[in-house]
Write a protein that binds this ligand. Structure first.
Ligand code: ZN
Length: 202
C-alpha cells in the first residue's frame, strides 16, 4: 500500500510539474551530445514565421521557452551565477548583478546550457544543488563546464550568422557589438569557427 501511495503522489507531482515544464532540446540528451547542435536546436525555437533569427539572440526568450526563470542577486566577488531549482518550483538561473552585462549574458547562456544538457530530464528530482559559475568554471576545465561554455558560445553567436558577417568583411568589434558579447568571446568564437584570415586587419 505504501508503494501505491508513493506512486500516486509522484504522479500528482509530475502533473504539477508539467505545468511549469518548458520545451525540450532533444539534441542535448546523452553524453555524446554536441553542444553546437543543441544550440542550433535552441535557436530554431526563436525563428520568426519567415525563418529569420533576431540578433542579438534574446536569451530571456530562450529561458522562457525552456521554462526557466531569470533572477539577479548581489554575489561575492568572482561569482558569476548559478542554476538552481527550489523544491516544487521552476528552475532559476541566478546572475550576479554586479557583473558586466556581457558577462551576465554569457553566464545566462552557460546556465541554460547546463539545464538542457543535465537537468531538463530530471524534473522529478528534488531541488538540484546547482551550478556555481565562477572564474574556475569559466576556464572550462570540467567536461560539463566545457559543454556549457560551448553551448553558450554557439547560442550567443550562431555559426551561420558569424560566418555570414565575416564573409561580408565586418570588423571584429562591430561583430561583438551586433551579437552583444565581449570582444574576447567574439574573438574566441571567430577562431573556433576557423575564420582566422587576417584578423589583425579587422
Ligand atoms: Zn557551469
Amino acid at each position: 500500500m505504501g508503494d501505491t501511495t508513493f506512486a500516486s503522489g509522484a504522479l500528482k507531482k509530475a502533473e504539477k510539474y508539467s505545468e511549469y515544464a518548458g520545451e525540450r532540446i532533444d539534441k542535448a540528451v546523452g553524453d555524446d551530445a554536441i553542444p553546437a547542435e543543441a544550440a542550433i536546436e535552441t535557436i530554431n525555437k526563436l525563428l520568426n514565421q519567415a525563418g529569420q533569427l533576431h540578433i542579438p539572440v534574446d536569451l530571456f526568450c530562450v529561458a522562457q521557452k525552456l521554462g526557466i526563470d531569470v533572477k539577479y542577486e548581489l554575489m561575492e566577488h568572482g561569482q558569476d551565477g548559478r542554476l538552481q531549482k527550489p523544491e516544487g518550483g521552476r528552475f532559476e538561473a541566478v546572475l550576479n548583478i554586479a557583473q558586466h552585462p556581457h558577462r551576465q549574458r554569457f553566464t545566462l547562456a552557460h546556465e541554460l546550457g547546463h539545464y538542457v544538457h543535465q537537468h531538463q530530464d530530471t524534473m522529478m528530482k528534488e531541488a538540484v544543488g546547482g551550478d556555481n559559475r565562477d572564474e574556475i568554471s569559466s576556464l572550462g576545465v570540467k567536461p560539463d563546464e566545457i559543454w556549457a561554455n560551448r553551448y553558450a558560445s554557439a547560442l550567443l553567436m550562431p555559426g551561420a550568422a558569424v560566418k555570414s558577417y565575416w564573409k561580408n568583411g565586418m570588423s571584429r568589434s562591430d561583430m561583438a557589438q551586433i551579437f552583444n558579447v565581449s570582444q574576447q568571446a567574439m574573438d574566441l568564437r571567430i577562431a573556433s569557427l576557423g575564420l582566422v584570415d587576417l584578423p589583425q586587419q579587422r
